[in-house]
Design a protein around this ligand. Sequence first.
Ligand SMILES: Cc1cc2nc3c(=O)[nH]c(=O)nc-3n(C[C@H](O)[C@H](O)[C@H](O)COP(=O)(O)O)c2cc1C
Length: 241
Amino acid sequence: MKKFLPLFIVSLILCFCMGGFSGSANNSYVFSEVGAQSDDVSMTYEDGKLTIEGLDEAANLMQASFTGKVLTGVKLLEAKNGTTEVTANIGDKFFLWSATNAMRPLSAAVTVRPAEQPEPSNNILVAYFSRTGENYSVGTITTGNTAIVAQMIAEQTGGDLFEIKPVTPYPSDYQEMLAVAEKEAAENARPEIADTVPNMQDYDVVFIGYPIWNGDMPKIVYHFLESYDFSGKTVAPFNTH
Ligand SMILES: Cc1cc2nc3c(=O)[nH]c(=O)nc-3n(C[C@H](O)[C@H](O)[C@H](O)COP(=O)(O)O)c2cc1C
């Protein structure tokens, strides 16, 4: 168990963060749709107590406490077969994980909220830059690596996809591409972007994906970042390399 702890915590934070983006209100808690879950397990919250029913195998129960958006502690608890009750506070997030298989989540994240609190908004944008053509070590590709990851994130979060496309297409030849990227880096260029996000103000969460070019973000992604006001938004960068 201990050797999986870092993996647990990283996965947990990701799941918890994603769990906060969507869900349906049900009395005093929100049960998110994100993550694998067993139909047999139910988690309900009432008067300071979280009750887990229907577990047919021992599981690790993760409890994450937050002060505002800041994660202030993660506890690992053992959930018993059958019914388990644990003390819970408003704002706490819970997640069940198989005690025997660190890779197997048994539930999506549950966030304990006051019943009267509105559902969190689900305004998520997944913006990405990705290139097709000759790719490092794998030959020619018709869908870029970052585009594939962006599609996965959009599917899991229900976010809208936006492709950061250059007005002047990049070369598909790898060596030519390297030369263009080096020139852009040397000139600190801001390549023109073909489209704009018309309703950026409507998004609360913006994922931004890009490939690593010479140890850095492509200059077109700098241009994208400089083109909008991200104040008050949660920005989640991701990259492939
Ligand atoms: C111009 C250029 C520079 C690159 N520089 C790096 C690099 O510094 N480090 C690295 O790990 N990969 C580097 N790569 C490989 C890409 O980061 C990797 O293939 C990435 O997944 C491409 O994403 P895409 O298919 O979405 O465009 C570079 C690729 C290109 C085209």
